[in-house]
Design a protein around this ligand. Structure first.
Ligand SMILES: [Zn+2]
Length: 58
């Protein structure tokens, strides 16, 4: 199964746009192309969310 990537800004699933030998990741919520360096895997997203929750509890 192909790995799913998530937007670092809003956490929504990214659409994979493949073309001309390169792959782009597009967030339908932010209406932005997300650079490959910024995309998040499910594990990274989960980690980010749990950090945010801890911050809010402080
Ligand atoms: Zn987004």
């Amino acid at each position: 199964m192909e790995e799913q990537y998530y937007c670092p800004d809003c956490g929504n699933k990214l659409e994979v746009l493949a073309g001309c030998g390169s792959v782009s990741y597009f967030c339908n919520t932010c209406k932005l192309i997300i650079s490959r360096k910024r995309i998040m895997t499910e594990a990274q997203l989960t980690e980010k969310i749990s950090k945010m929750v801890i911050e809010e509890l402080k």
